[in-house]
Ligand binder design. Sequence first.
Ligand code: CUA
Length: 174
Amino acid sequence: MHIDPLERKWIYVSLGMTGLFVGVILLTSFIHGVNAPSNVETIDSARLHLSKEFAEDNLGVEENVDGSIMVRMVAARYGFFPRSIKVPADTKITFRWVSFDVLHGVHIPMTNMSTMILPGFVAEVTTVFPKPGLYPVLCNEYCGRGHDHMWSNISVIAKQHWKQSSNKKGDSDE
Ligand code: CUA
């Protein structure tokens, strides 16, 4: 079979471009810690208040014995609860999100946090906040008329200050 040399050249160019794009996607997803959702865990969204884990008293920040951090939060029209939490910078933090009503999303810029929060499922994401500061938490799935106003903040404090603070449960009671 005869392939024109010019045509052959362009076949290589297009294959090379495809390879380059796939490589860039793989590299950036590796660098930014992008994962496909893998946590298949169900929950009754209508009875969260009766569930052990997501009852109101259990929401917020919990520091485990080994120093790792677990955060449990509920997304509901139109907010993320608890309203404000504090977590340490430069530390692995596992977030467990559930919805109280409809489909929501959560996006925290400058982190790998971007996931859907489906009613009936627990979304689990592990992330690290690189620097102290106030990070916005945004809903990125259309969930109703208040969607545009569904956002809050997370205070990220320096690791050394976290150790000194006695803050165990993050729901701001100050
Ligand atoms: Cu919640 Cu959009």
